[in-house]
Design a protein around this ligand. Structure first.
Ligand code: TYD
Length: 129
């Protein structure tokens, strides 16, 4: 669990970051969604997945992501559009401290499937142990 810094392919016209599946994201990308307009003091996520892996980038603004493997929790600052964070399956994740202008882009290796969610923390601990 660590921040990945993507190369910024900038020039005098501005900046560009390129993400390619299985090259600088460790899975095949089936789904892209983004979160924006998040209210102050709101925590989103607060769940884990059986199979879904995610890759998170705050393409605008900033937020914090707390990842929990059932033993240790780590909080990461996503505050630059070239910073990415990988959240593996069976990791509990929460997204919080969104700036007003935050647009959090999330790439995933699976289509949306509610049955892939683990929304109860005790169930998460039971599954991983
Ligand atoms: P939800 O899982 O509550 O978001 P978060 O984990 O960030 O708190 O999702 C909000 C709604 O959007 C919910 O009705 C499910 C739906 N949704 C999709 O239809 N497709 C998706 O890819 C995602 C992530 C959510």
């Amino acid at each position: 669990m660590s921040i990945i810094l993507h190369e910024v392919l900038g020039d005098n016209r501005g900046q560009l970051v390129a993400i390619e599946e299985s090259v600088n994201v460790p899975f095949d990308i089936k789904r892209v969604f983004y979160i924006y307009g998040t209210q102050k003091k709101v925590s989103r996520g607060d769940h884990s997945h059986y199979n879904t892996k995610q890759y998170l980038i705050a393409v605008n603004g900033s937020c914090k992501i707390t990842l929990d493997n059932g033993k240790t929790k780590q909080t990461f600052d996503l505050d630059e559009p070239n910073k990415g964070l990988f959240q593996d399956a069976l990791i509990w994740g929460s997204m919080h401290d969104f700036s007003d202008d935050c647009v959090l882009l999330i790439l995933a290796n699976e289509y949306y499937d509610e049955s892939d969610y683990i929304r109860d923390y005790q169930e998460f601990l039971d599954v991983i142990h």
